[in-house]
Design a protein around this ligand. Structure first.
Ligand code: GLN
Length: 182
């Protein structure tokens, strides 16, 4: 199965490595033609304003929405696929949720914790200037932290406010890919 990773900024290589380790054929997506023939795409964490403006300039975001390409968005990637971001319209409104950038606050700007992920179990979640999901209008919540959803899915889209790639644990990527195959 061919999976894209948006290669603009952020922790691209870690996602590529994990996807390759589970047998996916990975395409680094820099331009619209790179989306050809992919079954799903990962949008990594990084800086959502940077990733979003370049995706939009290059027409990648529009193409993903128009073709309904399944997205796994992590951290900045989640921000980019949320319908409402800090009270404004998000770039690719694929998940009907509201999100607040950097919502975990300055005191806990970065931290890690064991999460309990539905269908997976214990998973080390790394939160780096992570967004807070303030409202889930639609979707299945797959993990929570402090009473807030930190991972959810809607159809084939998957959103995480944390980084799943730091420790090389492939189980969440596997879950995304398995759902594409289903
Ligand atoms: N705070 C970043 C943003 O708003 C996201 C941080 C991350 O992806 N680790 O884009």
């Amino acid at each position: 199965m061919r999976i894209g990773v948006i290669d603009i900024q952020g922790d691209v290589s870690e996602h590529v490595r994990i996807l390759e380790s589970i047998g996916a054929s990975v395409v680094r997506v820099k331009r619209v033609p790179d989306l050809e023939g992919i079954s799903g795409v990962v949008i990594p964490g990084g800086e959502s304003t940077v990733i979003g403006s370049i995706m939009s300039q290059r027409g990648i975001s529009k193409e993903i929405v128009e073709r309904s390409i399944p997205v796994m968005g992590t951290c900045a990637g989640l921000i980019l696929i949320s319908k409402s971001v800090d009270g404004r319209n998000g770039l690719m409104p694929l998940l009907d949720i509201s999100i607040r950038r950097n919502g975990f606050g300055s005191q806990r700007e970065s931290f890690e914790t064991d999460l309990n992920v539905k269908g997976i179990g214990k998973f080390r979640g790394v939160f780096i200037r992570a967004p807070v999901i303030t409202e889930v209008k639609k979707g299945d919540i797959l993990a929570e932290f402090g009473g807030k959803a930190v991972m959810l899915s809607d159809g084939k889209h998957l959103g995480l406010s944390f980084h799943p790639e730091i420790y090389g644990d492939s189980r969440i990527h596997r879950l995304f890919v398995d759902r594409l195959e289903a």
